[in-house]
Every structure is written in structure tokens, then in C-alpha cells.
Write a new protein. Structure first.
Length: 130
């Protein structure tokens, strides 16, 4: 980073900033893949686990466009930890791709919304044989 000052002896200084980066939450997986056929239920689950040092509650979930997905939120407790589960389901009625982002709004002032990327491909239904 370059800093410009009004000091005639050092009008320009280089500044180095360093620090540790800690995860705010575990998101498993960070990228959800929905793949299947039009005539099948295509669904996947992403888990969000708050880190002990940064507890939070989820206030809302929303999609960037929501055109080909539906989603729901559930929470459970395992080993004394809260785990949020987002179930994402394809609503695509024809063959094609899925690309969206699910935003997870928390009550923490430390972090803007978390993101779960959703990608996938839905193919045509199996042809019925007579």
C-alpha cells in the first residue's frame, strides 16, 4: 500500500499491513451442485457452522435471482454446536443450467452476508419405452 504525506522529507511511504485471517463460519460445501433429470427431485444440503469465537444466528436467507431454485433453512445441534442446514432444490422444469447464489444474513455486525454458490445442470427426462 502506498501512503502520500505532506512531509517534504518523505512524501511517499510504503505501508505493509499484516494480520491473521480467521474463518467466521464453516460452510460445507461452499459450492452446491444440483445435477439430475427434469423428472427427478434434485436437491442438496449446505451446512453452516458458526465458529465458537464468532457466534451468530441466521436472520434470513435469500437468493440472488431464485429463478430455478427453492431453499429452506433448518437448524440442529450436534456435540453442543449449532449447525444450520440449507436445503436447496431445483425447480427447473426444462433441461438447462442452474447458476445462483444463496445469501445468508446473520445478526453479527462482523460479517456481511455469507454466500453459498449454487451451480448445476438439469438434463431431459428419460424417454419412456413402450
Amino acid at each position: 500500500m502506498v501512503v502520500h504525506t505532506n512531509d517534504p522529507r518523505k512524501p511517499v511511504m510504503e505501508l505493509t499491513v499484516s494480520g491473521m485471517v480467521e474463518k467466521f463460519a464453516e460452510i460445507r460445501p461452499a459450492r452446491v451442485r444440483l445435477s439430475g433429470r427434469v423428472d427427478e427431485l434434485v436437491t442438496a444440503v449446505a451446512e453452516i457452522v458458526p465458529r465458537p469465537d464468532y457466534p451468530f444466528n441466521i436472520k434470513n436467507i435469500r437468493a440472488m435471482n431464485g429463478r430455478h431454485i427453492r431453499f429452506s433453512l433448518a437448524d440442529k445441534t450436534a456435540a453442543g454446536k449449532t449447525i444450520y442446514e440449507i436445503t436447496i432444490t431445483s425447480t427447473r422444469l426444462d433441461a438447462g443450467s442452474i447458476s445462483d447464489v444463496v445469501y445468508v444474513d446473520t445478526d453479527s455486525p462482523l460479517r456481511p452476508p455469507l454466500q453459498v454458490t449454487v451451480v448445476g445442470t438439469i438434463i431431459a427426462a428419460k424417454k419412456q419405452t413402450p
